[in-house]
Ligand binder design. Structure first.
Ligand code: URA
Length: 209
């Protein structure tokens, strides 16, 4: 069974409270989403293996721990996932970005792929699927399946807010995928919104309504 990690550091909780507030405008919302994404990513990368290498400081030669053989990709689910890209790239500037576009077919209600663009070596990379809201889990499950179908072996899912329904569905469908979130909310409402939540993450990031 994959890990389920709530990154409940006081600074993260404070930023999540500001993200939730209705009066937080798009500029501040984008900055906060980016900062929280970076802090969630900080936890999600805690297990990266290190290797001892010899380096030279201005004073002496010494052994230091470095990440030498691990490659990452981040896979934002369009559109709201884009709001987490900058913060994560600040932490992992060499990660490649794999965009995933999915929409829900109004008749079958199943997620359909309309766009995807992946780095050519994605199968050799650990991939972090990023989407701010883990609500029903339908999109997350489909995005992860798409990556697995391409041969990706190591996947983590990073979000800003989750709820029990989404975590349950994602864990059932992809028990090998660890989930990292900044807050775990109470429930989903009848419109598929997380409660108390923060509203529509895409609209709040990009100023659309
Ligand atoms: N997507 C959002 O943007 N907000 C929710 O609350 C649920 C899904």
């Amino acid at each position: 069974m994959g890990k389920f990690v709530i990154v409940d550091h006081p600074l993260v909780q404070n930023k999540i409270a500001m993200l939730r507030k209705t009066e937080t405008g798009s500029k501040e919302f984008r900055e906060l989403a980016s900062e929280v994404a970076m802090l969630v990513c900080y936890e999600a990368t805690r297990d990266i293996p290190l290797h001892q290498v010899e380096i030279e400081t201005p004073v002496t030669t010494t052994k230091a721990n470095m990440i030498t053989d691990k490659k990452f990709s981040i896979a934002p689910v369009i559109r709201a996932g884009i709001g987490m890209v900058d913060g994560i790239l600040r932490l992992m500037p060499t990660a490649k970005v794999a965009h995933i576009g999915l929409y829900r077919d109004p008749e079958t209600l199943l997620p359909v792929e309309y766009f995807s663009k992946f780095p050519s070596d994605i199968c050799e990379r650990e991939v972090f699927v990023i989407d701010p809201m883990l609500a029903t889990g339908g999109t997350a499950v489909a995005a992860i399946q798409l990556l697995k179908d391409k041969g990706v072996k190591h996947i983590k899912f990073l979000c800003l807010l989750s709820c029990p329904e989404g975590v349950k569905y994602l864990t059932e469908q992809h028990p090998d995928v660890d989930i990292y979130t900044a807050a775990h909310d109470e429930k989903l409402n009848d419109h598929g919104y997380i409660v108390p939540g923060l509203g529509d993450a895409g609209d709040r990031l990009f100023g659309t309504k």
